[in-house]
Design a protein around this ligand. Structure first.
Ligand SMILES: Cc1ncc(COP(=O)(O)O)c(C=O)c1O
Length: 376
């Protein structure tokens, strides 16, 4: 949401912020970052947070100060934004395809001291090899594996064959493997059924790492992890690093997954009640342009009102969010302001140019979301 970043609000009470607006609770954010770091340190795992959830230099630097070795990104544009913010170790955990991207990747590699990229097709590998050969440079790569989420990636049984193909591309240096089991993890509480537990994810990835090592490949990095399994990794789980992303801000999907509770959700959308036309609805000014319309099978509706029992946003259109008045265990009046937990923070935050960082009911700071919209 392109708004006017009014820096004169710094130090002022939250009541001074116009709506809709993205708020981030500084203390919760900091606690989430430190907790994951501590749990990972105890398990002997490096932390390489996925920045797609926050897209913000200040949060990246909080993660690095806490002990993260670097960041993961989904998009080249996100990596460029983090490089511009001085982050020196970046992993693009996504397949890069197409000549327009290759020149940018070479330029990024000149700028970032430690850059690595996921690779899962020979088309992408060949394009990267050509670009880096022409530039007289090398690029570190990790093979992306499909470990059961039904996403992209090399099938584990084809990993050795693919690694041998990569060996024919002299500019690419194979350093590790990565996988994402997110699509499998639907209930972090039970780790049952469709759920890949942290242990299972580690087993699947480390089994392929061993097969590759037996075939003579030097696999140093085994990268996995996401918020549903954050903090559940044990020493010797088979991973060397975790790429949790959502954990720092959290969202209502994670609450419903059991990965966190509402008190761990740092990000909310501040909204004003603007109409109460009937008994069944309370309309606030946060619609799809402020909350996002992520279709989610993980949580109900389009958001939950913080601090109100039954405060579900059950319907949404461009400018309006509809709070279910029949379920709400209190009433609201026109002019009241509510904070709404978005179901999915990654796509919600991508709607905003900046976030208000709140501490003790006041605006501690305003941070620009510099990688917002960096979708190429
Ligand atoms: C490849 C990859 N790694 C890590 C993550 C971070 O997962 P989460 O946001 O669940 O922590 C994601 C999220 O989509 C991802 O796609």
């Amino acid at each position: 949401m392109t708004g006017v970043c009014n820096s004169s609000l710094i130090g002022k009470p939250v009541e001074c912020i116009d709506t809709p607006a993205l708020l981030v609770d500084y203390d919760i954010l900091e606690r989430n970052i430190l907790q994951l770091q501590r749990a990972s340190d105890q398990a002997g795992l490096a932390v390489r947070p996925h920045m797609k959830a926050h897209k913000t230099p200040q949060i990246a630097h909080m993660q690095i100060r806490a002990g993260a070795i670097g960041l993961s990104c989904a998009k080249l544009g996100e990596a460029e934004a983090m490089a511009a913010a001085g982050v020196e170790d970046l992993f693009i955990a996504n397949s890069l395809v197409g000549t327009p991207k290759m020149a940018r990747l070479v330029a990024l590699a000149r700028q970032v001291p430690r850059l690595s990229v996921a690779v899962e097709s020979i088309v992408s590998a060949q394009q990267m090899n050509d670009a880096f050969t022409a530039a007289g440079m090398e690029l570190q790569v990790s093979i992306e594996l499909e470990i059961g989420s039904g996403r992209a990636g090399v099938m584990p049984e084809k990993a050795v064959e693919f690694a041998r193909e990569l060996q024919q591309l002299p500019a690419l240096k194979l350093r590790g493997i990565m996988g994402y089991a997110g699509g499998l993890m639907y209930d972090a509480r039970t780790e049952q059924g469709r759920v890949a537990s942290a242990a299972e994810e580690g087993r699947r990835l480390s089994a392929t790492a061993e097969t590759l090592r037996d075939a003579g490949f030097d696999i140093q990095v085994v990268s996995g992890g996401g918020t549903p399994t954050a903090g559940r990794y044990r020493r010797d789980c088979g991973l060397t690093e975790v790429r949790c992303g959502t954990y720092c801000l959290n969202d209502y999907n994670q609450v419903d997954l059991g990965a966190c509770t509402a008190v761990d959700v740092a990000a909310t959308v501040l909204s004003t009640v603007i109409s109460i036309p009937a008994d069944d609805r309370i309309i606030c000014d946060a619609g799809t342009k402020a909350l996002d319309q992520a279709v989610s099978d993980l949580t109900e509706g389009f958001g939950w009102v913080k601090g109100y029992e039954g405060g579900n946003v059950f319907r949404i259109n461009d400018e309006h969010g509809y709070i279910d008045r029949r379920r709400l265990q209190a009433d609201l009046a026109i002019g009241d302001r509510v904070e709404i937990y978005p179901p999915r923070i990654c796509t919600c935050l991508n709607l905003y140019d900046f976030m208000y960082v709140i501490q003790d009911g006041h605006v501690r700071d305003i941070w620009q979301i510099t990688a917002r919209g960096a979708n190429t």
